[in-house]
Design a protein around this ligand. Structure first.
Ligand SMILES: [Zn+2]
Length: 265
């Protein structure tokens, strides 16, 4: 099933019905996600209130001159979708949590069958879904983190994890060549803030140790990772790649919300 709009995929996964109130008068595209809207199909007409001054993703609108918003983008334009489910991913089978390291490890260690779309918002109420590409491969895919679209090569990520764990094992067994002391984890510097200057760098003392023990390859592998792969490595580095956590649903399979009591359990 070829789905190009993340709005359509999320609506499908969450069993959300499209919201429409107008009939498209000539072939067009959804202003927001760019989905094709043939003449005669149902959509929501854009009026002067649709994109008010509070709307700040104007540059991301896929078809700025369009006169309709598709039923999926319209249906997902609500508080829950801007906030409650802003750390999730959608597949054809559902919408899944992507908030904790455990949720993210479930995804990154065993990416789902495509199509899927992944969003991770760290801010209050922002539009994430409709402006995120749908990934059609689980070998090379995209994750939206706030305003950034991160590319992840699955093979590189797993090589990065192996290299990272290799460095940890050297640190645990081989003293640093200058200080004579064993180094404590982590082997690299991580930050939840992608813009942080330390995010995605092997520690200098770990690099010295790796050079002295002939393990430069592991450092080179890590240095070749993209920012998205560092983001993913940060989530998975404390998990066993052979035993990924199970994905957790953000909504029940039938699209109903998960009750709070159950959430805590
Ligand atoms: Zn749309």
């Amino acid at each position: 099933m070829l789905i190009l709009s993340a709005s359509e995929l999320y609506a499908h996964g969450a069993k959300v019905a499209p919201v429409t109130g107008a009939t498209v008068d000539a072939n067009s595209h959804c202003v927001m996600c760019g989905a094709y809207l043939p003449a005669g199909s149902a959509a929501t007409a854009v009026d002067k209130h649709t994109f008010s001054s509070a709307f700040n993703n104007r540059l991301d609108l896929r078809a700025l001159s369009g006169r309709y918003v598709c039923g999926y983008c319209q249906a997902l334009w609500g508080k829950d979708w801007l906030q409650k489910y802003s750390k999730t991913y959608a597949t054809l089978d559902g919408v899944w949590k992507f908030a904790s390291n455990e949720h993210q490890a479930a995804f990154f260690l065993k990416p789902p069958e495509p199509p899927f779309a992944v969003i991770f918002s760290t801010r209050q109420q922002q539009h994430m879904i409709w402006r995120t590409p749908v990934s059609q491969s689980n070998e090379l895919y995209t994750v939206r983190v706030d305003g950034d679209l991160l590319s992840i090569r699955q093979k590189r990520l797993m090589e990065g994890l192996a290299a990272y764990n290799h460095l940890l094992s050297i640190m645990a067994t081989t003293p640093h060549p200058v200080t004579g002391k064993k180094l404590k984890p982590p082997a690299a510097l991580f930050s939840r803030e992608l813009a942080s200057s330390v995010m995605g760098s092997v520690r200098a003392d770990v690099e010295e140790l790796a050079r002295s023990s002939g393990d430069d390859d592991a450092v080179a592998t890590l240095n070749s990772l993209s920012m998205g792969e560092w983001f993913a490595l940060n989530a998975i580095r404390n998990f066993d790649p052979d035993k990924p956590p199970e994905p957790a649903r953000a909504l029940n399979e039938d699209g109903t919300p998960i009750p709070k009591e159950q959430e805590a359990a």
